[in-house]
Design a protein around this ligand. Structure first.
Ligand code: THU
Length: 131
């Protein structure tokens, strides 16, 4: 799967964002290690803290279908001209289902994106190995 295809899927998923409070649309697309693909969008709530980010929507869909390891995750936000990096909670959840080869792709569009590792976004992470 090309990075550009994953970006395009994340941008498509963003169309379903439920964002009546922030009007900030986010889409995510995951490529799992077995080749399966999952997408997600942010889903807000009148009780703001109940909001689910796009990354976690996609990850929980994949994990609930039995998939465990993320090869690549792509995130596309909606503010013109800026990248939407994952929030702290999403970094922790990404870390749970990633390894040192997982690519985190933060994209403005198919031509403009940044690729990071989990260690770069969440150094000294608390992991299952710490329990
Ligand atoms: N949001 C995401 O979907 N992913 C992130 O990593 C950052 C924030 C959403 C949550 C909320 O619906 C909106 O962006 C504004 O915070």
């Amino acid at each position: 799967m090309r990075i550009e295809d994953l970006i395009s899927m994340a941008a498509d998923a963003r169309k379903n964002a439920y964002v009546p409070y922030s009007d900030f649309r986010v889409g995510a697309a995951l490529l799992m290690d077995d080749g399966s693909v999952y997408t997600g969008c942010n889903v807000e709530n009148a009780s703001y803290g109940a909001t689910n980010c796009a990354e976690r929507t996609a990850i929980f869909k994949a994990v609930s279908e039995g998939h465990r390891k993320i090869s690549a995750i792509c995130i596309v936000g909606s503010k013109e001209g800026s990248f939407a990096f994952p929030c702290g909670i999403c970094r922790q959840v990404i870390s749970e289902f990633s390894d040192e080869n997982t690519k985190i792709i933060v994209a403005k569009n198919e031509e403009n994106y940044i690729v990071r590792s989990v260690a770069e976004l969440l150094p000294d992470a608390f992991t299952p190995n710490d329990l």
